[in-house]
Design a binder for this molecule. Sequence first.
Ligand code: ALA
Length: 465
Amino acid sequence: MNDFAQPCLPVVGSQTLVPLVDGRQVPYANLDCAASAPALQVVADRVNQVLPLYASVHRGAGYLSQVSTALYEESRQAIGRFVGSRTDDVTIITRNTTDSLNLLAGCIPAGPEGNGGKVLVLDVEHHANLLPWRNAPGGVTVVHGGESVRETLEILKAELAVEPFALLAFTGASNVTGEALPIDQVVALAHEAGARVVIDGAQLIPHRRFSLEESGVDYVAFSGHKTYAPFGAGALVGTRDWLDSGQPYLAGGGAVRQVGLDEVVWTDAPARHEAGSPNVIGAVALASACEALASLPQGALEAHEQLLRERLVSGLEAIEDVRVVKAWADAENPVGVVTFAVKNCDPGLVAAYLSAEHGIGVRDGRFCAHPLLHRLGFDAGAIRASVGVGTTIAEVDRLIFALKLWVEEGVHTNYEVVDGCWAVRNDPRPTPEGSGLHGLIATAAAAIGGLAACGPAPSLQGATL
Ligand code: ALA
């Protein structure tokens, strides 16, 4: 019997202490699993186990090269199995979901079936499932979702009847609300209209059992760093023909059969899209995470997450001035990703307060889903808390307690906006021993352009509190 107050699977870093501005140290409450989830302990152990065996892949006659090649190819099989790949499906090892969807966009044929290679998406999508389709041969049509799942399905059906599409791309679980459309109904609508289906599985695969074979979905894309395997690998898995004939994603060694000075004969998928030395360790890590998740008793993952989500949502809704964001009134069984706003409060300041005064990690901003946040009226952004297999009820309760305290008392230290992000003024928190760091957030944000990393608050530049 699982004790749902405890993690479902042990993760690395669950005991890591972080400093608060008042000088105390507390265990980090990582409620930002939707952005990047911590590594499973078994994944870290597996990586350490195979590192001494690491050598070149697909290229060497040496014994360890052969071992590494076998590890890479067996990992590919395990990753494909985890998402229920069919006999003739291909599993391509990518960097992450964004990479996978860009790859697929380059493989859509220009329209032998009379659809011009056009893609249909809803405005609820993450930018990773919106922007790549602009490069599809027929471009992309983006339609607004409705206020309910039922209405949104009707909208999709109507759009699919207007013109032929090559592909319908939709999220398996929103990275903003955790909600999703029923996969079987979307697949039926798309297939009836002659369109294939790709699922953005970034938030689905770490949280729910999924099978290409059982669902009839044509392609699924997902990320290792959200699936408890943060070692740089993700995957695109699905129907072979487009992947065999599509534009090679990267030009280079390993993707070819023969190269002359004026001509290239490209090889088939998956190697066709994996030029350059592949990420063996990342693939092994992702395969290990897939196997660990698959080994959980049926329903354990869902039950763990449902309990945490219900606790989170009911706790948030009980706080005056906190509003939980929903895309659809009738969405069933959302995953553990919950976005909320606090009335008249800048989301970035709330997130900075949660970190500095309570050691809680959340994400704020527009979550790379600007069109959805705009339609729902959150152009100023919101705050997102997301849970995973390593999350405990105590961590959720800490968030609720901290937000109640915010509403009752406000902040207890001084904050200012640096490069578009809220930060503690004269932040006294030390960097972690052994990290080699010389400074924290403000420096890091500035290095990559501040606003791009932190979110939507240009008007806040220079603000203090
Ligand atoms: N796509 C990730 C998120 O939603 C980074 O946070």
